[in-house]
Write a protein that binds this ligand. Structure first.
Ligand code: GRF
Length: 202
């Protein structure tokens, strides 16, 4: 399964995906694309001998123009799957439609709770007993597509944003490789009713 990963920053989820590639595992990351030239994830990709590309959104006058150029760049690699791993751009409906059923995102909350930014701070302020992360198929609604898998943890008493963010990140590094593997093995698909694993609705 040929995969293109989109990033904007540190790329620790990208690293987890890179580390999950083994000769037996049908996952091949063929390119990493960042909208920021200074994303540390680009170095991680280079270390793993994966080709990298930078497409700066500031070079485009509209979201649609940027997304069209991004589609062109991604499709050069003819991926079966496109993985968003900390890609901090909202994607247009046209982009999402183009990759429907083969576009995954990971979000640091137990969706549908806490879509958008600053999820850890918001979960703490709301006094949530539990928090976590979700992998979902991307739909036109921000952080709104069908959820595939979640990992949860119990929030500590007086927990800080930093420890919570750190602990959720560790969970992300477990579930993102797991879900991409399901996809690579042909076990996961997007149906009209939602995400399906091994023919069963999730
Ligand atoms: C993660 O928290 C992910 O859930 C969110 O962006 C962050 C990316 O972190 N979408 P990293 O770049 O993979 O370290």
């Amino acid at each position: 399964c040929n995969v293109v990963v989109l990033i904007s920053g540190n790329g620790s989820n990208l690293q987890a995906l890179l580390d999950s590639q083994t000769p037996e595992h049908p996952l091949r990351i063929s390119a990493v694309i960042s909208n920021r030239a200074d994303a540390y994830g680009l170095e991680r990709a280079a270390q793993a001998n994966v080709p990298t590309q930078v497409l700066n959104h500031k070079d485009f006058s509209s979201r649609e123009d940027f997304d069209a150029a991004l589609i062109q760049l991604i499709d050069q690699y003819q991926p079966h799957l496109v993985v968003l791993a900390g890609f901090m751009r909202i994607l247009s409906a046209g982009f999402v439609e183009h990759y429907q059923g083969r576009l995954l995102n990971i979000h640091p909350s137990l969706l549908p709770k806490y879509k958008g930014l600053e999820t850890h701070r918001r979960a703490l302020e709301a006094g949530e007993p539990e928090h976590g992360c979700s992998v979902h198929f991307v739909s036109a609604e921000l952080d709104g597509g069908p959820v595939i898998a979640q990992a949860r943890l119990r929030v500590w008493p007086n927990e800080s944003v930093d420890t919570l963010a750190h602990r959720v990140h560790e969970l992300e590094h477990q579930i993102y490789p797991m879900v991409t593997r399901w996809f690579a093995e042909g076990r996961l698909r997007l149906a009209t009713q939602g995400a399906m694993l091994d023919g069963k609705l999730l």
